[in-house]
Each structure stands twice: as structure tokens, then as C-alpha cells.
Design a protein around this ligand. Structure first.
Ligand SMILES: Cc1ncc(COP(=O)(O)O)c(C=O)c1O
Length: 411
């Protein structure tokens, strides 16, 4: 089945006549409806919260929409915490999951009184020494061989993130000895995962671990964070994760392992980014040149600095064209302008004939896209627009200009 952009060709042409390509455009209604579906699927858990992974779309207008819809926020750095501060969001609306964390980042996290999730036992003492201990602490579990990884996130046992089970025991005991009274457990083992069972199995793993830690250490857990990684169907024909199925599976495991064994209720947290905003963004670009050498290259006015997942992971991003003859489809490479041969949005992609001036929409551009951008070759990042519920659009981030590029340079 063809993936449909949320904009008609006519509306797109109107927007492009007022705002030159390339740009990302996000669908406000799509994001709001999706957040509402997410919260309602997990309403059986009173404390449920998705802490949106700020790294996915660190754009204030989007973060405000998510806040409006009851989202929490997962921050990974001092800068992301500062972004939250500027949006007047602090305290336990934020979970700070960082690794190889610097003193100034822990200081900021403590100053904003956010929930802190530690990546190592040593970090507890480090935190105490440099920033002071909070009331609540969470540790990140790395299940090693107990969970399979994938292409994006790698194999857990080779991943630099999180702690072994033995280290968790050590960590919670140390935290308890240091007077910490509130506990959570976190893991993040998936990325763009479309299997419902994967998340249910992760929940079972964490619930069983909480049961064991609680029993052996005599501590009470307050929350469990299953991490992010819920996938979205990038390719036509892929099936979206059935959120209700994930939720029912997790609920059954929770009732059996946690409530069924007399453990106190837990708040269920997740920290999905891609699932929340990913499908509701398009990178709109214009064909600049069509070049024929050994292959046909469709050169766009956007480059991989606007969307680098295809270059980074060989990821598939669907490309919609508008109004071309569908009977003459041929494989082409869709490229940008960087002096890197992996600056390609698609390789051997069957597309109808395109010519300079035609518009294309590259799908699923609103999570881990703009934010991963960079300035190699002096290429500047494009702007971001929000398509509002009434069909109008507003600029929510201006494009970079040459002066931005020079701003940090010392001449
Ligand atoms: C710790 C952590 N949480 C959450 C996320 C969000 O992942 P996704 O957008 O795939 O849900 C990431 C992504 O890199 C992450 O590193």
C-alpha cells in the first residue's frame, strides 16, 4: 500500500510558494491524536507517562504540544535540560537518562529536581560528591544476552549503556545505605521495533527483576521505565505496532508478577520518541538536477544533513512524488549535495520520471531527523514548519543562514 503524505499536492504547492524548500513540516493533529491514543491505551496504569525523548525532536513548538497532551520528557544532556527550563518544565516531569555524564550535567539535573536514571554504580557516589543525592533514583539495566538487539541499537552485551544484574543489586543496596528512599528501574533495549511481543517480553523481564530486587533487598519500587524504541512502519506494507496489544500484554504481566505477588503498584513509564512524532513529519524538497552517468541521480535541494538515517543506518524512508506518470517507474538514486557518496536518501528506488522543479516528500521525518543534522561542507539545516489543525502553517524554526555558520568562528 502506498504511504500517503498528510498534505495534498495543491496545499503543498501553496505552502512552497510562500516558503522555499527544503523544509520539514509536521502535522499537529497527527501528533496530538497519536499522543491521546498512547495515553488512552495505558490508562489502566494510574501513573503511566511517556517521557518523550527530547533528542528525537528538540523543537519548542512540538514539545509544547506534547506537554499539552500530558507528556513527560526524557533528557540526555545539560543542553536538553536547559531547553526544558526555557519551556518552564522541571521536576519529575523530566527523567534524565545520560551516560558518561559530566559534573555540570548532574548539577543541572539536581538543580531542576528531575528524576535521575544512572548508567553505572560509580555514578551514585559521583553524584553524591558533586551534586548531592536526590530522594529518588533509578538505574539503567543492560540485560546482556537476555535480550536480542537490532541494527540501530546493537547487541546489549556489546552496548556501553546500563548495568548488569549483579551491578543493579550493588547499586540499589548502596543507594539504600545512602538514605535514598524512592526507587525505579529502567531499560532501553529496542530501537524502531515493530514486534508487540518484544515490548511485552521486556516488561516481563523488568517486572521479574523488580520482584527479585524487592524481595532480596527489602526495597519498594515506585516506577518502572520500559524505555523507548516503539517502531513505526517506514516501508509501505509494514504493519504498525498494535499499541493495545502491547498494553494488554504488559498489563497481564504486571497483574501476575507485581500485583499477584503482593508488591505495591508501580507507575509505568516509557520514553518513546519516534513512535510519538515520527510518522507526522515530511521533509519537503525540490528536484534540483537529474544527472545520468552510470546510473540516474535525482539531485535534491536537501542533503543528508537534513535527514541522515539512510546514510547512517541504510534506513528506508519512503519518498512520495506528485502527479508524475506512474507507468514509467525506474530505479534511481535520490541524492543531496554533500561530497560524500553516502549522501543519498534512497538507492535504486523505483520512482516515476522526475525533472528539475518537481517536489518530493520524504516521509517519517519528525524524529531523530532534523536533530541529527550537521553542517559538513558548510551545508545549512533547513527550517521547520507546523501544519496546524485548521490547515494553516507556521514557521517553528527558521532555516540556518550563513551567519549562523560563522557564529562560532574566530577570524
Ligand atoms: C535512552 C533513550 N531513551 C529513549 C530513546 C528514544 O528512542 P525512540 O525514539 O526510538 O523511541 C532513545 C533514543 O536514542 C534513547 O537513547
Amino acid at each position: 500500500m502506498e504511504k500517503r503524505p498528510f498534505l495534498t499536492h495543491k496545499r503543498l504547492k501553496e505552502i512552497v510558494s510562500q516558503y522555499p524548500t527544503p523544509f520539514h513540516i509536521y502535522d499537529e493533529k497527527g501528533i496530538r491524536d497519536n499522543m491521546q491514543r498512547f495515553n488512552s491505551a495505558f490508562q489502566w496504569n494510574e501513573g503511566f507517562k511517556n517521557y518523550f525523548a527530547v533528542k528525537a525532536t528538540p523543537t519548542p513548538a512540538i514539545l509544547k504540544i506534547l506537554k499539552d497532551e500530558g507528556s513527560g520528557f526524557d533528557c540526555s544532556s545539560h543542553t536538553e535540560l536547559t531547553l526544558m527550563e526555557r519551556l518552564h518544565i522541571s521536576g519529575e516531569e523530566i527523567m534524565f537518562t545520560s551516560n558518561n555524564t559530566a559534573v555540570y550535567e548532574f548539577e543541572k539535573a539536581r538543580q531542576m529536581d528531575v528524576l535521575i536514571n544512572l548508567d553505572d554504580v560509580e555514578h551514585l557516589t559521583y553524584l553524591e560528591k558533586h551534586a548531592g543525592l536526590p530522594e529518588a533514583i533509578s538505574f539503567r539495566f543492560n540485560p546482556g544476552k537476555l535480550k536480542e538487539g537490532n541494527k540501530i541499537i546493537g547487541h546489549p552485551e556489546e552496548s556501553k549503556f546500563g548495568m548488569t544484574k549483579a551491578q543493579l543489586f550493588e547499586g540499589y543496596q548502596l543507594a539504600q545505605n545512602k538514605g535514598i528512599s524512592r526507587f525505579g528501574l529502567h531499560t532501553m533495549v529496542a530501537s524502531n521495533e515493530l514486534s508487540s511481543d518484544y515490548f511485552i517480553e521486556t516488561a516481563v523481564l523488568l517486572f521479574e527483576l523488580i520482584a527479585e530486587l524487592s524481595q532480596k533487598l527489602g526495597i519498594q519500587f515506585e516506577f518502572v521505565n520500559l524505555g523507548g524504541g516503539l517502531g513505526i512502519p517506514h516501508r509501505p506494507g509494514e504493519t504498525a505496532v498494535d499499541l493495545n496489544q502491547v498494553s494488554i500484554g504488559i498489563q497481564q504481566a504486571y497483574e501476575k508478577i507485581i500485583l499477584g505477588n503482593g508488591f505495591p503498584p508501580l507507575s509505568l513509564f516509557m520514553e518513546c520518541g519516534r513512535f510519538v512524532t515520527g510518522p507526522y513529519g515530511l521533509l519537503i524538497s525540490t528536484v534540483q538536477h537529474v544527472k545520468k552517468s552510470y546510473k540516474t541521480y535525482i539531485g535534491l535541494d536537501a542533503s543528508m544533513n537534513n535527514l541522515m538515517r539512510p546514510a547512517l543506518y541504510g534506513a528506508y524512508h519512503h519518498i512520495s512524488t506528485f502527479g508524475q506518470e506512474q507507468s514509467h517507474i525506474n530505479p534511481v538514486d535520490v541524492t543531496g549535495s554533500l561530497c560524500e557518496n553516502n549522501d543519498k536518501f534512497a538507492i535504486n528506488r523505483p520512482l516515476p520520471p522526475l525533472k528539475a522543479g518537481d517536489l518530493v516528500a520524504i516521509h517519517d521525518s519528525s524524529a531523530h531527523r532534523y536533530a541529527m543534522g550537521f553542517n559538513y561542507n558548510g551545508r545549512l539545516r533547513s527550517g521547520e514548519l507546523l501544519l496546524k489543525e485548521d490547515g494553516s502553517f507556521v514557521e517553528i524554526r527558521r532555516p540556518e543562514n550563513v551567519e549562523d555558520y560563522f557564529q562560532t568562528m574566530i577570524f
